[in-house]
Design a protein around this ligand. Structure first.
Ligand SMILES: Nc1ncnc2c1ncn2[C@@H]1O[C@H](COP(=O)(O)OP(=O)(O)O)[C@@H](O)[C@H]1O
Ligand SMILES: Cc1cn([C@H]2C[C@H](O)[C@@H](COP(=O)(O)OP(=O)(O)O)O2)c(=O)[nH]c1=O
Length: 225
């Protein structure tokens, strides 16, 4: 019996804890017989990974940055996301367009109307039905105060161009996510990412159980701090 694909994205400010849970969720889906594609943005294809390296390392103006991110997204949609969804995979994608609205839009102050136009252009013309716009079926939003995220990241890894931004930048990004969630409340599931890893995992799995996408509460993940 073939099942429809599921497109799930993970969002939040840097250090909110997304990466700590995506692979665990992939395992939970695999344990229930689903084929899972785990991917990320910017990136997910050889071309998009080259664009990612530029975006994360080279200073550039906000329009250039947005164009590169959306170019990477188009390649990723065409090469990876759409084929995986057509096969019936569960696609778990670490960040997608909400990040562009939060980082380039709210964080850098770039024009949201231009971003909306790029979003429409890049996310249509992919599937069979004319006018269909690809959007996530669900976006898990790891909501965390920027001060806590900064503490978690301090010393944890070498910061990229965004992670090196001051806490004030992340306050704007966090507000950008909140604004975006308010425009599509049925698509967003907000997690309280300030809780310990085990409780975040419990919140995460219960979102999927409630939707009938995972059959049972899956055993604990992560554990320590
Ligand atoms: N619930 C949590 N409580 C405390 N620390 C956490 C928690 N989740 C993740 N961390 C730690 O915080 C840092 C950032 O987590 P990570 O999953 O890489 O975040 P993101 O992918 O959202 O940037 C890592 O050092 C990780 O071990
Ligand atoms: C997808 C996307 C990411 N970004 C930024 C957010 C992150 O700082 C960075 C990379 O995201 P991420 O892969 O989450 O970084 P890491 O794995 O190191 O936590 O790119 C944007 O600015 N706009 C976007 O549209």
């Amino acid at each position: 019996m073939s099942r429809p694909g599921l497109f799930i994205t993970f969002e939040g400010i840097d250090g909110a804890g997304k990466s700590s849970h995506i692979e665990g969720l992939a395992e939970a889906f695999r344990a229930q017989g689903r084929t899972v594609t785990v991917t990320r943005e910017p990136g997910g294809t050889p071309l998009a990974e080259k664009l990612r390296a530029m975006v994360l390392n080279d200073p550039m103006d906000a329009l250039t940055e947005s164009l590169l991110i959306f170019a990477a997204r188009r390649d990723h949609l065409c090469q990876v996301i759409e084929p995986a969804l057509a096969r019936g995979d569960v696609v778990l994608c670490d960040r997608f367009t909400d990040a562009t609205f939060a980082y380039q839009g709210a964080g850098r102050g770039f024009d949201l109307e231009v971003l909306s136009k790029l979003e429409l252009m890049v996310q249509t013309g992919l599937a069979q039905e004319p006018g269909f716009m690809r959007n996530p079926d669900l976006t898990v939003w790891f909501d965390l105060a920027p001060e806590i995220a900064a503490q978690r990241l301090a010393g944890a890894r070498v910061p990229d161009r965004f992670e090196a931004q001051p806490v004030e930048f992340f306050r704007r990004v966090a507000q950008g996510y909140a604004d975006r969630a308010a425009t599509a409340p049925q698509r967003f599931a907000r997690l309280d990412a300030a809780l310990d890893r085990h409780r975040v995992w419990q919140q995460l799995t219960s979102v999927f159980v409630r939707r009938g996408w995972l059959a049972i509460m899956v055993a604990t993940q992560g554990g320590g701090q």
